[in-house]
Design a protein around this ligand. Structure first.
Ligand SMILES: Nc1ncnc2c1ncn2[C@@H]1O[C@H](COP(=O)(O)OP(=O)(O)OP(=O)(O)O)[C@@H](O)[C@H]1O
Ligand SMILES: [Mg+2]
Length: 320
C-alpha cells in the first residue's frame, strides 16, 4: 500500500504550494488514477512518492514504512517509474534502455538478456526487431511500450506512471491501455497512474483521485465519482454523459430481471455485456427491453425502465 498523509509541497521561491495537504491511500494491487488539469500537482505527487521531490510537510508510507527513513536508492529500486515524455535515453539502444536498472544492480549479463526478451515480449514488441534500435527509430507506441518495459525491469511491487500513454494517437492508446490492464491482472502491482484524460482514468483506475490546484478534490471508485461528483469541477471533468458512462461500469446481469424463457422482442445481449451495450441495442432498434442470454441460454430481461431507475438512483445515492 502507498499512503500519503497530509502531504504538502511548496517549491522554493513559489508563492503558492504545488500540493496542499493531500491524504491518499492506494491499496496493494490496485491502480489509482490521478487526474486533473495541467499544473495541478500530479507529477509532484508521484515524485514525492519516490523521493525525487521532498515533501515540505506530511508523510509518505509504502507498505507501512515511512519513506523518509528508507535509503533513497533502495526505495527507488522497488518503484518502477514511467516518466512523462517517456524519457528514453536517446543515445542508447532499446535493450540498453531497458537494461538500465538491472545493470545498475549488477545483474549477470545472461540474466539481463533473458529479462529484456521477456519484457519486450510482455509489452507486445518483437525483440529482434527493436532491440538494437535507437529511440528516434521507433514509433510513439513502441517508445511508450519500452518506457513501460523499462519500469518493469526489476519487477518492482510499486509503479508510478506519469501519462504513460500520453503521446500516441487515440487508437494506439486504447490498445496500450487494454494490454496494460491485461498485464496488471497477473502483476497485481500497486500503481499510481497519472493522466489528464478522465476517460482514461475511468478505464484504468480501480480508484480515481481528482486534483485541482494542488488539492485532492475527490477520491473514489469510478462509479462513486460518476454517481456523486463532489463539486461542479468534478462534474465538468466527468462530462455531461455521466449517466451513460455509469452504465459502462455495470454489467447487464447485475440489473436484469431473471427469467428463463421467452424472447422479449428478438433483440438480445449477453449477461456479461455492459448495461451501456444494452442501452445502445435498445436505442438502435427502438425497443424498450432486451433479452439477456448466457451463451445461447436465455437468463433474463433488461428493460429501459430498469436502466432509467438505476441511473436515477445512482445519481442520488452515496454511490456505493
Ligand atoms: N521543480 C520545480 N520547481 C518549481 N516549481 C515546480 C517544480 N516542479 C513543478 N513545479 C510547479 O508545481 C506545480 C505543479 O506541477 P506538476 O508538474 O506537479 O503539475 P502536473 O499536474 O503534473 O501538470 P501536467 O499535467 O502539465 O504535467 C506547477 O505550478 C509547476 O510549475
Ligand atoms: Mg505532470
Amino acid at each position: 500500500m502507498i499512503e500519503l498523509q497530509e502531504v504538502s509541497k511548496t517549491f522554493p521561491g513559489a508563492g503558492a504550494p504545488a500540493v496542499k495537504r493531500v491524504s491518499l491511500q492506494v491499496k496493494s494491487g490496485e491502480i489509482c488514477a490521478l487526474v486533473g488539469p495541467s499544473g495541478c500537482g500530479k507529477t509532484t505527487i508521484l515524485r514525492m512518492i519516490n523521493r525525487l521531490v521532498e515533501p515540505s510537510s506530511g508523510s509518505v508510507f509504502i507498505e507501512g514504512r515511512d519513506i523518509m527513513k528508507a535509503n533513497p536508492d533502495h526505495l527507488r529500486r522497488g518503484i518502477g517509474y514511467v516518466i512523462q515524455q517517456i524519457g528514453l535515453l536517446p543515445h542508447r539502444t532499446v535493450e540498453e534502455n531497458v537494461a538500465l536498472v538491472p545493470r545498475l544492480l549488477k545483474w549477470p549479463e545472461g540474466r539481463i538478456k533473458e529479462r529484456i526478451e521477456e519484457l519486450l515480449e510482455k509489452v507486445g514488441l518483437d525483440t529482434e526487431e527493436v532491440r538494437k534500435k535507437y529511440p528516434y527509430q521507433l514509433s510513439g507506441g513502441q517508445m511508450q511500450r519500452i518506457g513501460v518495459a523499462r519500469a518493469l525491469a526489476v519487477d518492482p511491487p510499486v509503479m508510478l506512471m506519469d501519462e504513460p500513454f500520453g503521446a500516441v494517437d487515440p487508437i494506439v492508446r486504447l490498445r496500450l491501455q487494454d494490454e496494460f490492464l491485461k498485464l496488471q491482472q497477473s502483476f497485481k502491482k500497486t500503481i499510481c497512474f497519472v493522466t489528464h484524460d478522465m476517460d482514461e482514468a475511468m478505464k484504468m483506475g480501480d480508484k480515481i483521485a481528482i486534483m485541482n490546484g494542488g488539492f485532492l478534490v475527490q477520491h473514489g471508485t469510478p462509479r462513486e465519482i460518476l454517481a456523486q461528483p463532489a463539486n461542479s469541477f468534478v462534474q465538468d471533468l466527468v462530462g455531461e454523459d455521466r449517466g451513460v458512462k455509469l452504465l459502462d461500469l455495470v454489467r447487464v446481469e447485475t440489473l436484469m430481471l431473471p427469467r428463463e424463457t421467452g424472447t422479449a422482442n428478438g433483440r438480445s445481449v449477453q449477461a456479461l455485456d455492459s448495461a451501456k451495450k444494452a442501452l445502445e441495442v435498445m436505442l438502435e432498434h427502438n425497443v424498450d427491453g432486451v433479452t439477456v442470454c448466457r451463451e445461447k441460454q436465455v437468463v433474463g430481461i433488461l428493460t429501459w425502465e430498469t436502466i432509467k431507475t438505476y441511473v436515477h438512483q445512482a445519481g442520488s445515492e452515496a454511490g456505493g
